[in-house]
Design a protein around this ligand. Structure first.
Ligand SMILES: Cc1cc2nc3c(=O)[nH]c(=O)nc-3n(C[C@H](O)[C@H](O)[C@H](O)COP(=O)(O)OP(=O)(O)OC[C@H]3O[C@@H](n4cnc5c(N)ncnc54)[C@H](O)[C@@H]3O)c2cc1C
Length: 451
């Protein structure tokens, strides 16, 4: 008899063959990021705990890292391991099941997804390509940058989409600093493409890290600027999605710290050692990072005919159900949601993913009871952009107006956003213990990660 691959593995077949053993309604969440993991935790504690549904979370990785920390991991001002949460610990804490695997495709007819074979770092197969069945599917696989097909971008530019990308960037940066220290003696040139929040935050964080990196190197210490940073933005100003006053403060801050801004300039080609701009000029670069554009994850093209926007995001209605299939929901950066046709779409931000996860945790329980689902309404509470270790700038929406603020108060606001995320996942006591641990270990470690 020909057996399907998933029938050969007991843990997987448990997930794949539930139809025979008809059990509880299964809510399958794919993507344990800012939105997906919060949703799994909230549902695990409620519907999962009461036995009303089986909650299963699938993620390609074994650990979760809050994505807005990636520029700090890349610059080395934060240590990745200290901020990673283990999905299996989360599953145990909240009462959901975790299954590691990379989504390859969705088959809506038989209500199942397919996961790629799971291999370890040495290439040894841990689990074969396999399927997981669902009753309700929530796609929360996030997004990536968009290089708009720019020649050389894929080959030569680094990205900042995942913790591995951030770590890779940091390793390259440290290797280039070591080369400068031991040999060339000239500053390391870094070119950042994209003047949105990711590009601006990375540039500012690198300005913060540079003196600390130099403090550990002999030759670099003698340079006025051990890192030479250039930021290229196609639009006329930085932070196009944020109020102009916030963008202006960020521009002033970066320029004062020596970052060269090339606004209104489009990148024509990326080379191994330079960027070529449309106006014919060239920017020499030891390291190029692409931080422009947002689009849905590539796998969203394999969702069995679900409607996508040109940016490859799944189109969802006000209840966050996809337009063609009421059993498939989407949230966060991989969803395009426009609850009010006259308003702009919900922005791809952690704040939006958090609000959508909170709504879905409620509405998926209602769905189990056969009740109508509430609509999503996005509340824009403001925007914060970090500008290094102890500063940030932001606009806070309160009382019908928007207040621009900066400095340590804004940095504290940003820090609170992360703590709120942790509090959903760990509860107040564990979050406090983790915070204390971070403060203590900061005193024992170098201010910047040196390897
Ligand atoms: C450097 C940086 C700074 C940012 N700063 C801010 C900020 O200050 N404020 C703010 O609101 N937002 C910020 N953002 C944006 C914010 O991080 C995202 O909007 C948010 O993380 C989106 O949440 P999500 O749950 O949709 O996706 P993500 O958090 O990206 O999570 C997606 C998850 O899906 C998993 N996954 C992906 N593909 C697959 C697959 N094929 N199979 C299985 N699993 C998969 C990934 O491993 C990941 O765990 C920042 C982003 C970056 C990169």
């Amino acid at each position: 008899m020909n057996r399907l691959p998933h029938e050969t593995l007991p843990p997987t077949s448990l997930l794949a063959s539930r139809r025979q053993a008809q059990q509880r309604h299964r809510i399958l969440i794919v993507g344990g990021g800012a939105g997906g993991l919060e949703l799994a935790a909230r549902l695990g504690r409620t519907a999962g705990h009461r036995g009303e549904a089986e909650i299963v979370l699938v993620d390609a990785a074994a650990t979760h890292l809050w994505k807005p920390l990636l520029h700090e991991i890349a610059a080395g001002t934060r240590y990745r391991q200290q901020h990673e949460l283990d999905y299996r610990q989360q599953a145990r804490l909240h009462g959901f099941r975790f299954h590691q695997g990379r989504l390859q495709s969705v088959e809506r007819g038989p209500h199942r997804i397919w996961l790629a074979a799971l291999c370890d770092d040495e290439g040894m197969e841990i689990a074969p390509r396999r399927s997981v069945a669902y009753d309700t599917l929530v796609l929360a696989v996030g997004g990536t940058d968009n290089d708009f097909g720019t020649p050389g971008a894929r080959r030569h530019a680094l990205s900042l989409n995942t913790p591995d990308d951030a770590e890779h960037f940091h390793r390259r940066l440290m290797a280039l600093c070591a080369r400068a220290d031991l040999g060339t003696g000239r500053p390391v040139q870094v070119a950042i493409v994209g003047g949105g929040a990711t590009g601006v935050e990375l540039a500012a964080e690198l300005c913060t890290a540079a003196p600390d990196i130099a403090a550990y190197g002999l030759r670099l210490q003698k340079l006025a600027q051990p890192l030479q940073l250039t930021l290229v933005e196609a639009g006329p100003r930085l932070l196009a999605a944020l109020p102009e006053a916030v963008a202006e403060r960020a521009r002033r801050d970066l320029e004062q710290r020596g970052v060269t801004l090339r606004l209104g300039q489009q990148v024509a080609e990326v080379h191994r050692d330079a960027l070529l701009l449309r106006d014919g000029s060239r920017i020499d670069a030891d390291l190029v990072v692409w931080a422009a554009g947002v689009q849905g994850a590539e796998v969203l093209a394999q969702t069995d005919g679900l409607d996508l926007t040109p940016q490859r995001q799944l189109k969802v209605g006000p209840t966050l159900q996809t337009l063609r299939d009421e059993d498939v929901f989407a949230l966060g950066d991989c969803a395009s949601c426009r609850p009010d046709p006259d308003a702009p779409p919900v922005p791809p931000k952690a704040q939006a993913a958090h609000q959508q996860a909170a709504l879905l945790a409620e509405s998926l329980q209602r769905r189990l009871r056969g009740e109508p689902l509430p609509d999503f309404h996005y509340r824009e509470r403001g925007n914060l952009v970090t500008l290094g270790r102890d500063r940030a700038v932001g606009a806070l929406n309160a009382g019908g107006g928007s207040t621009i603020f900066g400095g340590a108060a804004a940095r504290f606001g940003y820090w609170l956003l992360h703590r709120r995320h942790l509090a959903v996942l760990l509860g107040p006591l564990r979050t406090a213990a983790l915070t204390l641990g971070e403060c203590l270990s900061r005193r024992a470690r170098p201010r910047v990660k040196l390897h």
